[in-house]
Design a protein around this ligand. Structure first.
Ligand SMILES: [Zn+2]
Length: 281
């Protein structure tokens, strides 16, 4: 291999974190916990196996995604309720918080809005940490299973219940949008409960059986008014494959909780990003 003489020295340079998040205002977790303690459940939705469900959460409310009947991965999309162009930005969320999210991490929206859409307030799988393969739970590195990648990899196969298609159908049903514009609003997901990482030797995206069990949940605080969609991935627990009907699949439960009046005194929904959008023009 054509290596320079100082190859080892170059490799030995220590990395620095690209975006240390220390200058961001920390989420007021104590306020959230106190508000959640007095909250009441106001809505319930189910994402059926190999289907998706939409749900709405007002700013200041909480939503919980639970495993209910068996180990199951969910693909989550979030939009600003009043503007489908402001959507979850998995890439920047990853850059700010890491490849997987847990309690205290925030889900950020796309440029030019770039503000917290939601904050993770509870995660019963936070004990998992990072396993010996480099795997962890709730990733923001995958995209979503989709019929185009499946078509390319399978030599022309057609499968209509990938998360991309499930999310598209759910958004059409919820908003009445035409299928093409609904599909274009579907975006890279938070892979709820999915256990993933990159192989150490080849850097390839891997998945392994999710550690989620019925009763496990992740809960988030809505920082802005949200429209969400959750797909119960055709991969089930994503231990073997996806983009087919082969895996055992289970539903996922979505519950919305509203705090008592006055429980969020002092909190306000974050404004859109304050950059001037001048771009030096
Ligand atoms: Zn999927």
């Amino acid at each position: 291999m054509n290596q320079p003489n100082d190859a080892e020295a170059r490799r030995a340079i220590e990395p620095v974190v690209v975006y240390p998040p220390d200058t961001l205002d920390p989420p007021p977790m104590e306020l959230y916990r106190a508000a959640r303690a007095g909250a009441s459940r106001i809505a319930e939705h189910r994402a059926e196996p190999r289907e998706a469900a939409c749900f709405r959460v007002a700013a200041g409310q909480f939503f919980r995604i639970s495993s209910v009947e068996g180990s199951q991965v969910g693909d989550l999309n979030l939009w600003a309720a009043d503007d489908l162009n402001e959507r979850f930005f998995s890439g920047k969320t990853r850059a700010l918080h890491g490849t997987h999210v847990t309690t205290g991490d925030r889900l950020w929206s796309t440029i030019p809005h770039l503000r917290p859409m939601a904050t993770v307030t509870e995660d019963t799988l936070s004990w998992y940490g990072i396993d010996e393969y480099g795997g962890s739970v709730h990733d923001v590195i995958g995209t979503r299973c989709d019929p185009y990648t499946h078509h390319a990899l399978s030599g022309g196969g057609e499968y209509h219940h990938c998360c991309h298609s499930n999310l598209t159908r759910a958004l059409v049903a919820e908003t009445g949008a035409d299928p093409l514009s609904a599909e274009l609003a579907v975006h890279d997901v938070l892979n709820v409960f999915m256990c993933t990482g990159f192989t150490r030797d080849t850097g390839q995206y891997f998945m392994k059986a999710s550690p989620v069990r019925p009763g496990d949940y992740i809960e988030l605080f809505a920082e802005i008014d949200l429209l969400g969609a959750l797909s119960a991935c055709p991969g089930g627990d994503c231990s073997t494959g996806h983009s087919s009907d082969a895996a055992q699949c289970h539903p996922l439960l979505i519950e919305v909780f509203a705090p008592a009046d006055g429980a969020l005194t002092g909190w306000s929904s974050p404004p859109r990003n304050g950059y001037s959008r001048n771009h030096g023009l």
